[in-house]
Design a protein around this ligand. Structure first.
Ligand SMILES: [Zn+2]
Length: 444
């Protein structure tokens, strides 16, 4: 049954009153530099504990909503903030999920501020690492629950809140999966990752899959003065030396061709054409133990991040990539004898919600109501997510999810990250309206 419009108006007015508190909480959360301690290149011991500080901040907001709030950790110092707002009974249950770890700030010279964790509020935005991805979303969810309480609304179904660690490295065993196993589950989940582009607050029912792999090539050392003779097999060829970098580029070109093929063949209505690809994001080749080009390179490592079509899975995509590498290696006499070693580092299955799932029309309606009268006014947009997220781990436990939240993924993981205040408040309103429609509102 649709929610009484008078009750909706009361909740929306309460969120307008709570907005300064919500924005202040986002600023305070951004100022805690909760960099994912397992992120590559980071010092775990230096960073562990900061996620718990954010969890405490979020948990205090959870408690304000009247929910049964708790902190719990799989690894010491890495608390998840979870809560259950018990319904009066008879309604559908809902989970709000978001992550509280962030990626490192990256190149400090690329930031226009001295401190990437300043959490400034200017030009209608909150600035800092983790603002878009995704402390604004986590707190918009928490304040939606507070608004329901302040407006005197009791839900019929349970509403669970889960602010989790570990998302940025797929460490769901410490974060989302741990909260599921602790009983914070529901009939559907809304994950507040930043869902622009293409439009602010897009509704995301699908994500690609992700793979990370390394390719290790070997060469054969020789004096750099023999470059010409070794590169032309008619003189010495590989009898004298082999430059691993040249061999790696044979496979690099084959993987580029596979990517070009995907742009033609791997199409999806909710993603731009050419979306799915193989990114060679790290490359390192050199003579043994030295970074000077006075000898042929004896080793080469290339690391790839693959985003693949949601209709495929990790196993079939890995097989396709391995076949491509094998076929390229067959074309070269050295690579036939010394094929590159492929090491799979991370596997993240795609996530797909049925396009006729009943949460989608309710979320669209809630969004349109929440943005009416703002610069975001208009119908909701459905789109695929540029990255992966914790929806995968809910799906693996049989729980459907949808992704919707303030912020822009183009700003996430980049310098000068920020989030729109207007979007954050609108998202909070959408979350509250959806909770009422989905869980039902108790009489009286
Ligand atoms: Zn994120």
């Amino acid at each position: 049954m649709p929610t009484d419009p008078a009750v909706e108006d009361r909740v929306l007015a309460t969120i307008d009153e709570l907005a300064p508190e919500l924005i202040d909480a986002v600023q305070r959360a951004v100022r805690i530099a909760s960099i994912e301690p397992k992120y590559p290149g980071q010092s775990y011991d230096d960073l562990v504990g900061r996620e718990s500080e954010v969890a405490q901040l979020v948990s205090a907001v959870h408690a304000e909503s009247g929910a049964e709030a708790e902190l719990f950790a799989i690894e010491p110092g890495r608390d998840n903030a979870v809560a259950r707002l018990r319904g009066t009974g008879g309604g559908r249950s809902l989970v709000f999920n978001g992550h509280i770890d962030v990626v490192p700030p990256g190149n400090p010279d690329a930031w226009t501020t001295d401190d990437p964790f300043a959490g400034d509020h200017r030009d209608g935005r909150i600035w800092g690492r983790g603002s878009s991805d995704m402390k604004a979303g986590v707190l918009a969810q928490a304040y939606a629950a507070v608004a329901l309480q302040r407006a005197g609304v009791r839900l019929q179904g349970d509403l669970c809140l889960a602010a989790v660690v570990g998302e940025e490295v797929g460490d769901h065993q410490s974060g989302t999966t741990a909260t599921i196993e602790r009983g914070y589950i529901g009939d559907v989940v809304v994950i507040a990752e930043p869902t622009a582009p293409p439009a602010p607050l897009s509704i995301v029912p699908v994500t690609p899959g992700l793979l990370w792999f390394t390719l290790d090539f070997v060469g054969k050392a020789a004096h750099s003065g023999f470059r010409g003779e070794t590169v032309h097999p008619t003189i010495y060829g590989s009898e004298l030396g082999v430059n691993a970098i040249d061999k790696g580029f044979i496979v690099y070109q084959a993987l580029n061709a596979l990517e070009a093929d995907w742009a033609q063949t791997k199409r999806h209505p909710l993603f731009p054409n050419g979306k799915f690809g193989l990114l060679p994001g790290v490359i390192h080749g050199s003579p043994y133990g030295i970074d000077v080009p006075f000898s042929l390179a004896e080793t080469l490592r290339i690391e790839y991040c693959v985003m693949f079509h949601p209709g495929d899975d990790c196993a079939s995509t890995k097989a396709e990539i391995e076949r491509c590498i094998e076929r390229a290696s067959e074309t070269d006499s050295w690579l036939r004898e010394h094929p590159p070693v492929v090491t799979w580092m991370l596997e993240w299955e795609p996530y797909v919600l049925d396009s006729d799932h009943p949460v989608l029309p309710l979320l669209e309606r809630a969004h349109e109501r929440a943005v009416s009268g703002t610069s975001l006014e208009g119908p909701a947009t459905r789109h695929g997510f540029a990255g992966v997220c914790d929806a995968t781990w809910y799906e693996q436990k049989g729980i459907p999810s949808v992704v919707y939240g303030p912020g822009d993924l183009r700003l996430a993981h980049a310098a000068n990250e920020s989030v729109s205040v207007e979007e954050t408040i609108a998202a909070c309103k959408t979350f509250a309206l959806l909770a009422m429609d989905w869980c039902g509102v108790a009489e009286g």
